[in-house]
Design a binder for this molecule. Structure first.
Ligand SMILES: [Ca+2]
Length: 341
């Protein structure tokens, strides 16, 4: 059944349509997709048809995509989800259990272990929440049945179509049945929640068993997250962000705020615009201004190059700030109770 029609029928008659067989092999866009998989990657037509016919439409994916926490929650609410005592102590435990691997990753990739530990904590709560969707369902729903339905941006539809292509390639490379691969509602997989193209490009085998497994192997996850950060420009030993005040009487330009782009201005430029950083960083460091909604009023920050790099993982200011603050709490706990400072 046409998916849009099915959604309407499900909502009018209050039917349980949480999942349903959509047979994406018959979708108008599937023909082109299948042709690409045959011509460019030498898959068999019948195999592709069978896989797409098995993919299920998941209504909860559409709901979750429409309301990501980064969009729907103010910073002070978002922070409460990720920067918690329990996640901090789990991060501390994860660090101690994987200290040798984290030390090696820091030496080989130059990435702060606190950031690696924090990313794995924010993404999956240390492997506790790696996602229970079939990734084929998630990516088929998003590639064929979401952006067309809601008339959202063509580039996002293409993005998920490309991810679906990478998923089948990844499954073949790893010798797995693509229908068994699990992940988030957006198709991100494993301890570090890599999308299929990131998995193929950045996941590494870090325990020497010749298999890059971030689904279940924390050692490979640590190496893979470190590799991702170094490939996206992490600068070793550089600061990430500093809190700031606004000079009294200065009006700031709201258009400049929270742009998770590579910073082009320097701290000195921002000081001249009225931002006063509370930490004395060199004024020639590139930075961009951030404003977050605290419980009572606004807080201001200057994000530096490495803050922007955290945003290569997820380009939301709140996400990168949660990663930074959780990393600081974990490091501080380790210093206090384990004397690892
Ligand atoms: Ca491995």
């Amino acid at each position: 059944m046409n998916c849009f029609l099915r959604t309407i029928i499900c909502s009018i008659f209050a039917l349980n349509c949480a999942t349903s067989s959509a047979d994406y092999s018959n979708h108008p866009d599937a023909e082109k997709f299948i042709d690409t998989m045959i011509k460019e990657h030498q898959f068999e037509r019948q195999q592709m048809i069978d896989w797409l016919a098995s993919a299920k439409h998941q209504k909860s994916i559409v709901t979750a995509m429409s309301r990501p926490a980064e969009k729907s929650k103010a910073w002070h609410e978002y922070r409460k989800i990720f920067v918690t005592d329990i996640r901090t102590s789990r991060g501390q435990k994860f660090w101690l259990e994987n200290k040798e691997t984290l030390d090696r990753a820091e030496k080989e990739f130059g990435v702060d272990p606190a950031i690696i530990v924090s990313i794995i904590g924010v993404e999956t709560n240390y492997g506790r929440n790696v996602g229970s969707y079939n990734v084929v369902d998630a990516l088929s729903t998003l590639a064929f049945d979401y952006y067309t339905q809601t008339e959202k941006r063509e580039s996002r539809r293409k993005f998920f179509t490309t991810q679906l292509e990478h998923l089948f390639l990844l499954a073949r490379e790893q010798g797995k049945d693509p229908l068994t691969l699990k992940g988030s509602y957006a198709g991100a997989m494993g301890w570090g929640q890599f999308m299929p193209n990131s998995y193929r490009n950045y996941a590494v085998d870090y325990d020497g068993d010749q298999f890059a497994d971030i689904w279940s192997n924390p050692t490979d996850a640590i190496g893979s997250v470190a590799n991702y950060f170094t490939k996206h420009g992490w600068k070793e030993g550089q600061p990430v962000a500093t809190k700031a005040h606004i000079e009294e009487g200065k009006a700031i330009d709201a258009k400049e705020l929270n742009r998770m782009k590579r910073p082009t201005k320097t701290i000195a430029d921002l000081v001249s615009q009225g931002y006063i950083p509370i930490e004395p960083f060199p004024t020639d460091l590139p930075a961009f201004p951030i404003r977050l909604e605290a419980k009572y009023g606004q807080e201001y920050w200057l994000g530096l190059h490495n803050f922007y790099v955290i945003g290569r993982y997820n380009p939301r200011t709140k996400y990168a700030m949660a990663v930074l603050q959780l990393s600081q709490n974990i490091r501080s706990n380790l210093c206090k109770s384990d004397n690892l400072c």
